[in-house]
Design a protein around this ligand. Structure first.
Ligand code: PMP
Length: 296
């Protein structure tokens, strides 16, 4: 926290923290994978760069360099001596001062939380519903920044979906095209071609999304970024979510309609299997995406 290692139980902030009242924070979600005595942090630099970009977009005056944030992440993981998969949550936030909406008037604070995390969803294959909430447009809020306040939009969609008996929501953008999940990007497979909504569909440009685009192309699939209409979800061969937390997660049902035969499909499985090997350092070709915690 602000440059110090702090025990979990003592990692507290004051109730007047601006970010608590107004969501004035930017953050990241990063994974480290434990394999044969080593933890490999996946695309660490890319995540830290997105964090710095998010801070720049919302004008939170970040005081740390990319190098410092990378080193602090590795140090925090090492000190915890984990021998499990881990989740890493850096956050830059507006500190003590409730009486301002001017982000230039608040002390800027930063922290990196780490904790063990295995699978996010217990099941492999989700039943989803299209939300009545639309993904927030970048004429109102910047969905491309990973800003805390954006997640109220995600939380409304999530609660609505769970109340309706779904595992997860899909949000449409303001024009009615498919945008993304509350914390995931989405891919559609039709006739062997992968499609995913473009940056202009109010998505967060996911790092897993970029990874899957590369892996799918390397496997020989065509991948296109294009606007996707809601009805295409109902006739897709396969659908899956991507995200750091959810990894590659098949969607087996949308709005009560089975996707394909209602089982995770072969393209999704192939990409899932490759992804699981890549993040554990088992695919030499992609080793540059990994930062080892203990062996540097
Ligand atoms: N969209 C949103 C809204 C998210 O919160 C996330 C999770 N960070 C994603 C997409 C997926 O991004 P990534 O693959 O970088 O985790």
């Amino acid at each position: 926290m602000d440059g110090e290692l702090v025990p979990w139980d003592q990692a507290k902030i004051h109730i007047s923290t601006n970010a608590l009242h107004y969501g004035s924070a930017v953050f990241e979600g990063i994974r480290g994978y434990y394999h044969e005595g080593e933890i490999y942090v996946f695309k660490l630099r890319e995540h830290i760069r997105r964090l710095i970009d998010s801070a720049r977009i919302v004008m939170l005056r970040n005081r740390y360099t990319e190098r410092e944030l990378v080193d602090a992440t590795i140090l925090t993981l090492r000190e915890n001596r984990y021998s499990t998969n881990v989740y890493i949550r850096p956050i830059i936030y507006a500190g003590e001062n409730v009486m301002t909406l001017d982000i230039a008037e608040v002390p800027v604070r930063a922290a990196i939380l780490t904790f063990p995390l295995d699978k996010f969803f217990k099941k492999f294959g989700l039943r989803v519903g299209v939300s009545s909430w639309r993904r927030l447009p970048d004429t109102s809020m910047p969905p491309r920044a990973k800003a805390a306040a954006n997640y109220l939009n995600s939380m409304l969609a999530t609660r609505e979906a769970r109340m309706a008996g779904f595992d997860e929501a899909i949000l449409l953008d303001q024009s009615g095209f498919v945008s993304e999940g509350p914390g995931e990007n989405i891919f559609l497979v039709k006739d062997g071609v992968l499609s995913t909504p473009p940056a202009s569909s109010a998505i967060l440009e996911g790092i897993t999304r970029g990874t899957v685009m590369t892996l799918a192309r390397d496997l020989g699939y065509q991948v296109v970024e294009r606007q996707i209409s809601r009805v295409e979800l109902y006739t897709a061969d396969e659908l899956f979510f991507t995200g750091t937390a959810v990894e590659i997660q098949p969607i087996i049902e949308v709005d009560g309609r089975a996707v394909g035969d209602g089982q995770p499909g072969p393209v999704t499985r192939r990409i899932y299997d490759l992804y699981q090997r890549v993040v554990r350092g088992q695919e030499h070709r992609y080793r540059s995406w990994l930062t080892p915690v203990y062996g540097r």
